[in-house]
Design a protein around this ligand. Structure first.
Ligand SMILES: [Zn+2]
Length: 245
């Protein structure tokens, strides 16, 4: 007899599998899993609702050595606004792309699960999607072990004065230590980067996101180049968005 296991997870993506089924990829507190979901293309399908991503579900799965099956579920959070608001949908696609790409690089899966869940809840709840995306991407650097040093000048260790985040140095530098060829955030941009890095997700609210958004600081290019340089990652989802927008 097949063993049935109860689990909780966030369904992130789906793809077609044979005639009337899909493979769904779910983030669990133990990491990613691919499961078979049957009957998704039938009229009045009872399983089709699980193909709308993202969503957090309690579910049952068979425990198989090969491909396990998602048998039944209960939706905990459907992230309705993420699905219905265009900008939130696009930002979620960029977040999900990174979760799929990096989940296996992360040691603490339970922490990662809570992090992804909380970010999606923030994206669902508040406006300023672009700030939420920057928040996610900057905090993820820490979980990936490639966070920049933001406390003192990377070259001379000086802590005071105006520090600027340098791509080449992988951390902040003081004015004396900067060389011309560095790709940089200026002092104000560096401060915003640090706010986003340090804030606890429990403290993030509409007001905080609004203040960051009102600063008109755009960190996206720097963040993209940081991911390219330090983990050799270039977002396909962002390229698609740039073509659409
Ligand atoms: Zn220095």
């Amino acid at each position: 007899m097949k063993q049935i296991i109860k689990n909780r997870g966030i369904i992130l993506t789906t793809k077609d599998y044979k005639d009337n089924a899909k493979i769904i990829t779910i983030l669990l507190p133990t990491g990613l899993v691919n499961l078979l979901l049957r009957g998704t293309n039938k009229m009045n399908s009872g399983t089709k609702k699980y193909t709308l991503v993202p969503q957090e579900v309690d579910f049952m799965m068979t425990n198989s050595n090969t491909l396990s099956t998602f048998t039944e579920g209960y939706i905990i959070n459907n992230f309705t606004k993420i699905k219905s608001e265009y900008e939130k949908t696009l930002v979620a696609s960029v977040i999900i792309e990174k979760v799929l790409a990096f989940s296996n690089h992360i040691d603490n899966h339970e922490l990662f699960y809570e992090f992804v869940k909380k970010i999606l809840e923030i994206l669902e709840m508040y406006d300023y999607s672009q700030v939420v995306l920057n928040l996610f991407e900057i905090k993820l650097l820490y979980l990936l072990g490639i966070a920049p040093n933001l406390n003192h000048c990377t070259k001379c260790q000086k802590r005071s004065g105006d520090l600027m985040l340098s791509l080449d140095a992988g951390g902040v530098c003081c004015a004396n230590c900067l060389s011309n060829h560095n790709y940089l955030l200026n002092v104000d941009e560096t401060k915003i980067f640090k706010y986003l890095y340090l804030i606890k997700l429990e403290k993030v609210d509409e007001k905080f996101l609004q203040i960051i958004s009102d600063s008109k600081v755009n960190l996206s290019s720097f963040i993209d180049r940081y991911y390219e340089k330090y983990i050799d990652f270039s977002s396909k989802a962002k390229k698609v968005i740039k073509k659409i927008v």
